[in-house]
Design a protein around this ligand. Structure first.
Ligand code: RP5
Length: 161
């Protein structure tokens, strides 16, 4: 079934939403249809299998996957789909997200995950990258993305006060 979503935002736990909502917010701003799901590589492996293997047929074009700690979700999703997978390391309490980052970034050659920064900046940039990928085949979205970037540039002050 095609839900209409082009970006699948998945995360290992509801506790990741405070970070991953930033990816959702930028996609909303750019009028990109997305869906959000909690999909844990460790706690719900069957759900992950169904999600990753079915995403393309449901119309998903990019997966944004956020997880913390032993953050295997993005890599395992990438193992089961040829869709682009963007990984967001969620800032963990114990190791400040370094564990998440290293778990996501060190993929073996042949199974790519585009790994972003730890935390909010990574989630925002994953949303922007997903939009950039989709904009390659969508001129209207490319225009919205260019306008968003221009507004960001225009909003930078010349001096701190
Ligand atoms: C990971 O474990 C999740 O991605 C989350 O970042 C972390 C902690 O999960 P909870 O114990 O808060 O559910 O699987």
């Amino acid at each position: 079934m095609d839900s209409g979503a082009l970006v699948g935002i998945i995360m290992g736990s509801t506790s990741d939403w405070d970070t991953m909502r930033h990816a959702a917010e930028i996609l909303s701003t750019l009028q990109v249809a997305y869906e959000t799901k909690v999909v844990s590589a460790h706690r719900t492996p069957d759900r992950l299998y169904r999600y990753a293997t079915g995403a393309r047929d449901r119309g998903i074009r990019v997966i944004v996957a956020g997880a913390g700690g032993a953050a295997h979700l993005p890599g395992m999703a990438a193992a089961m789909t040829e869709l682009p997978v963007l990984g967001v390391p969620v800032e963990s309490k114990a190791l400040s997200g370094m564990d998440s980052l290293l778990s996501i970034v060190q993929m073996p050659g042949g199974v790519p995950v585009g790994t972003l920064a730890i935390g909010k900046a990574g989630a925002i940039n994953a949303g922007l990258l997903a939009a950039s990928i989709l904009a390659l085949g969508d001129e209207a979205l490319a225009g919205r993305l260019a306008a968003w970037r221009k507004a960001q540039t225009d909003g930078v002050a010349n001096a701190p006060e």
